[in-house]
Design a binder for this molecule. Structure first.
Ligand SMILES: [Zn+2]
Ligand SMILES: [Zn+2]
Length: 342
């Protein structure tokens, strides 16, 4: 099978073609796994974190990709009747968790010490075939094409978790710092679930700010700007520290900043501007979002189907994965990036 494979860690600026096209054997599913013929796989910023070594794969070479949609072509002996060959399914960032630790038992399998990530700790979907544990794949609602569903599996599902972790009620003011694939899906979700809430968007480019207003944001400004009102919660989806202190300044007393990033880039000098009374006192909170649970993915896919949430997408052939990654890094091309494979 064809696969785009990561063989070494390095900065994209030094190695602009980090993935190599290879011919590999089709993987064999274990007794509890399904074998999936991949149709599409979304491209995520986390892949840049893997390639550049901020969250490096434990073993190389590895096939990246954790927003995979395809059809089951074979199942292991212990896979129960829930799935059969021909079913359309998706695979998300959570590849597996132990199921027995205190986190897993409490439904927080995203925090499991044995959490394995798709496309980092196990081969992912930048390939014609992949295997995944049957307990960690999801039926894709018929409302979506394969390519529309792919970005929902990470950008959408993690956005759903972030919105849940803000704890906001309808009518509370919500801020969004960064307006990429996840940001624009969160805005649509928030408008649907909290119709009385005003949404304030902080984005680096004028085009992103226009897009936010088009989608119903009450206000859009640059990251360092002061919003016209204090905000009850802010979700940060940027890969950097730069906007964090201004986000805290925009937060209402008792408000919560939710940071949805697996790693931040090395610009922490921005944090030296942190002033305790202005940015943290009066019970402001900072909470990170780590990974994702099966419940998040399943609930979010249902919500997305109910509200007909269609992400804006841009499709690339598998062989152009390097180009898609570099366009994601520079942020010049709008819309969620999806690789077409089969
Ligand atoms: Zn992702
Ligand atoms: Zn566990």
């Amino acid at each position: 099978m064809k696969a785009m494979v990561l063989t070494r860690i390095g900065k994209l600026a030094d190695h602009p073609f980090p993935l190599a096209l290879m011919e590999l054997p089709v993987p064999v599913p274990g007794t509890k796994d399904v074998l999936i013929k991949v149709s599409v796989c979304g491209v995520c910023h986390t892949e840049l974190d893997e390639i550049e070594g901020r969250t490096p794969p434990p073993m190389l070479p590895v096939i990246l990709g954790h927003q995979t949609v395809g059809h089951i072509v074979a199942a292991g002996e212990q896979v129960s009747g829930a799935f059969k060959p021909g079913d359309r399914v998706g695979v998300a960032w959570i590849f597996s968790a132990c199921g027995e630790c205190k986190f897993c038992r409490a439904g927080n399998e995203n925090l499991c010490p044995d959490f394995l990530a798709t496309g980092r700790d196990a081969n992912g979907g930048y390939a014609e075939y992949m295997t995944a544990p049957a307990h960690f794949v999801y039926p894709i609602p018929p409302e979506f094409s394969d390519a529309e569903a792919a970005p929902l599996l990470c950008a959408g599902a993690i956005g759903y978790r972030s919105l849940r972790l803000t704890g906001i009620q309808d009518g509370d003011r919500l801020g969004l710092t960064g307006f990429g694939a996840s940001g624009h899906l969160v805005l649509k979700m928030a408008r649907y679930r909290f119709p009385q809430s005003e949404i304030y968007v902080f984005a680096r480019s004028a085009e992103e700010r226009r897009f936010a207003i088009e989608l119903g944001a009450a206000w859009a400004g640059e990251s360092a700007q002061t919003a016209p009102h204090k905000l009850d919660a802010i979700i940060d989806t940027t890969p950097v520290w730069a906007p964090i202190v201004s986000a805290l300044a925009n937060l209402e007393a008792g408000g919560r900043l939710v940071i949805n990033a697996i790693r931040k880039e090395d610009d922490r000098h921005h944090l030296l501007a942190l002033d305790y009374p202005e940015h943290l006192w009066r019970e402001k909170e900072i909470k990170s979002v780590a990974n994702i649970t099966r419940r998040d993915v399943a609930e979010f896919l249902q919500l997305a189907a109910d509200m007909r949430l269609k992400p804006e997408i841009r499709i690339y052939p598998l062989e152009q994965a390097n180009q898609a990654l570099s366009e994601l890094k520079t942020g010049r091309i709008r819309g969620a990036k999806v690789l077409r494979i089969g």
